[in-house]
Design a protein around this ligand. Structure first.
Ligand code: SAM
Length: 322
């Protein structure tokens, strides 16, 4: 088991399989952004499989495929299949904007992806276009239906709550209640200039309102992520809150992130990282790579500083892998 300087066991990897995306969410990739990673720098599936196999030997149990938009990486289902059978890996999950999901859901399920998170910032077509930069509401809803039909349940719906959609929380609750989805409300993280302009909304008052409206009680959900869950006693509705700013969860952080170009980031909000691409492409032995994982643990910072230093981070979420 890999443990960092603060006694946290690291067993969860968020793997970015591409930094490209078909959307231009205003809080994530700014319109006109050109700084995508060179394809020659992308880790190949063989490189990913080798690294993750070693990492799994060191105690990594869960992998989430993310990006950018992971469904845009060619043959991503093959990659999911290769990761799912690695000894030690208990779970492969995936975060998606769902624009490609209706045609890919069955393949992902067959490949061994166990859980899906779908980003859906609004149920209003015009708000989706404004926030996400493309008119994709119909595709996303079709993707969700395809995923349910393929047997993914429960699907977690992620909404980043900000000025333009804060009035939609109740509508999202109803939408998720009717379809059996778990709703997750996410606070806007100040990553890059664009995100900082979107209008941060503190989720604590919204949490109190929902608690009162539904009589919600604390709930534990599988996944081991940072969300704090509440649910109705009859189990019909569950809502999670991801509050990196108003109530951060760094003390229980169990994760690291590997970017498409092989940088292992130790914290979403800090710059500490290890360049695994350089190691892989300069002939590192398995022992060298294992040593690098151990060294990386010594670099993991205690916490992010999104609140104290919101201007500090110029990386967008799509670059690190959300
Ligand atoms: N494309 C996939 C998706 O849409 O879920 C995976 C990558 S996306 C970067 C992962 C998650 O990060 C999405 O739910 C997205 O809304 C969220 N995200 C991106 N930038 C963010 C920010 N500045 N603050 C909070 N969440 C953000």
């Amino acid at each position: 088991m890999l443990t960092d300087r603060f006694g946290r066991a690291i067993e969860y990897l968020r793997l970015s399989v591409t930094d490209r995306c078909d959307l231009r969410c205003a809080y994530c990739i700014p319109e006109g952004f050109k700084g995508f990673e060179e394809p020659a720098h992308w880790l190949s599936f063989d490189e990913i499989e080798r690294l993750l196999g070693l990492f799994a030997n060191l105690g990594m149990r869960r992998v989430r495929l993310t990006g950018g938009e992971p469904l845009l990486r060619r043959n991503v289902t093959d990659l999911a299949r290769r990761i799912a059978v690695l000894p030690g890996v208990d779970e492969v999950s995936l975060s998606t904007n769902a624009t490609q999901l209706s045609r890919m859901a069955v393949g992902l399920k067959t490949a061994g992806v166990t859980r899906l998170n779908v980003s859906l910032d609004s149920l209003r077509a015009e708000t989706i276009e404004k926030i996400n930069g493309r008119p994709v509401l119909d595709e996303v809803l079709a993707g969700l239906e395809g995923a349910s039909a393929a047997g993914f349940a429960p699907i977690k719906i992620n909404i980043v709550v900000m000025r333009d959609n804060a009035d939609e929380v109740d509508a999202m609750v109803d939408f998720c209640l009717q379809r059996g989805h778990v709703l997750r409300l996410i606070e806007l993280t100040p990553m890059g200039n664009t995100a900082r302009k979107m209008g941060y909304v503190d989720l604590q008052p919204i949490k109190r309102q929902l608690q009162q409206r539904f009589g919600l009680i604390d709930k534990v959900m599988p996944g081991g992520g940072p969300a704090r869950y509440l649910g109705t006693a009859d189990g019909r509705f569950t809502v999670g809150f991801i509050t990196p700013l108003s109530q951060h969860f760094c003390a229980t952080c169990n994760r690291v992130r590997l970017t498409v170009d092989g940088q292992l980031h130790l914290c979403l909000g800090q710059e500490d990282r290890v360049d695994f691409r350089a190691l892989l492409r300069n002939g590192a032995t398995d022992d060298d790579l294992i040593a690098a994982f151990h060294q990386a643990m010594n670099l993991k910072p205690e916490r992010h500083e999104f609140r104290e230093q919101p201007e500090k981070l110029i990386r967008f979420m799509s670059m690190t892998g959300g």
